[in-house]
Design a protein around this ligand. Structure first.
Ligand code: 13P
Length: 294
């Protein structure tokens, strides 16, 4: 089923789990992600951003394909515009048929972030599309932004932001960052702040920069009220590692088979992650209680 993100994350918020949002840049990735979710009876979010669109994933091809995969899936699937940088990008995503849009005005002053987010909520909600915004700023791991607590989300501001914009989900900055951390490094997350944000907002919260965060951090973040986790870098690495290993083992592996290897690796990675964040078995009838009279 093709659904908006509000539906999917309100359920996750009510039942205390998180849904994975995987940046998917071609057919193989999108299919691997959706099949992994189906096999584990899990809701799932497929997403990509404007940089990925311009390199590989043009929405004119990607959106109809992902919608078709979603419609025939037995689990809820959302397609999210990741980090929409402008009103134009958001309006285009609505036009293409995304079921959720994220506006990222997190680098702008608070009032401007409110103004833009409010505008996007007005437009998107009129079309039944839900909205994610970001307050505080999740920066780049390569720049050490995870340690910059001046970028972390302020609880009182978050309350005001949500009240004034009406966003459906809020991306919060609590100590993760996008991309690769230095080798062996695990970020330190501000769980106290997360607890305060959740107690105040009681709404779906989003963690960006899920890659390289470490299993324990991710488990604790979900327990603390995170309902959506964005993962890009680690999903790409899963494919790259599997392709390298395959070519080492069998150097003559052709294009068809290397793409199949990548797809299988992404699917396994997503399944493991789904189990970690507890969204598995959310859409399943128990075998012992299927209501059948036969
Ligand atoms: P990572 O690449 O660090 O997983 O971040 C992905 C992300 O947050 C996309 O919005």
């Amino acid at each position: 089923m093709y659904v908006n993100m509000k539906y999917l994350l309100d359920n996750a918020n009510r039942d205390g789990y998180a849904v994975m949002a995987v940046n998917s840049v071609n057919m193989e990735m999108a299919r691997a992600v959706i099949e992994a979710a189906e096999e584990l009876h899990s809701p799932i979010i497929v997403q990509f951003g404007v940089g990925q669109m311009s390199k590989l994933a043009h929405p004119s091809e990607m959106v109809p394909m992902i919608k078709a995969m979603a419609e025939r899936a037995s689990v809820p699937v959302c397609l999210n515009l990741d980090h929409g940088p402008s009103l134009e990008a958001v309006v285009e995503a609505i036009h293409w048929g995304f079921s959720n849009v994220m506006l990222d005005a997190s680098s702008l002053p608070f009032e401007e972030n409110v103004r833009r987010s409010r505008m996007v909520v007005d437009l998107a909600h009129a079309k039944g599309i839900s909205v994610e915004a970001e307050l505080g700023h999740v920066g780049q791991a390569a720049d050490g932004d995870d340690n910059r607590d001046d970028l972390y989300t302020n609880v009182a501001q978050a309350r005001e932001f949500v009240d004034r914009t009406g966003v459906d989900a809020l991306a919060v900055a609590i100590g993760t960052a996008h991309g690769n951390y230095p080798k062996g490094y695990v970020p330190k997350l501000d769980f106290q702040r997360l607890a305060e944000l959740k107690a105040e907002l009681k709404m779906p919260l989003v963690l960006h920069g899920g890659s390289g965060s470490g299993e324990e951090n991710i488990r604790k973040a979900v327990a603390g009220g995170i309902n959506k986790i964005n993962v890009c870098t680690d999903a790409f690495h899963a494919a790259e590692d599997a392709m390298k290993a395959k070519w080492e083992e069998a150097p003559g592996t052709d294009y068809l088979n290397i793409m199949m290897t990548a797809e299988a690796a992404i699917k396994k990675f997503v399944k493991d992650y789904i189990r970690l964040i507890g969204s598995n078995d959310r859409y399943i009838f128990e075998a012992a209680d299927n209501g059948s009279k036969e």
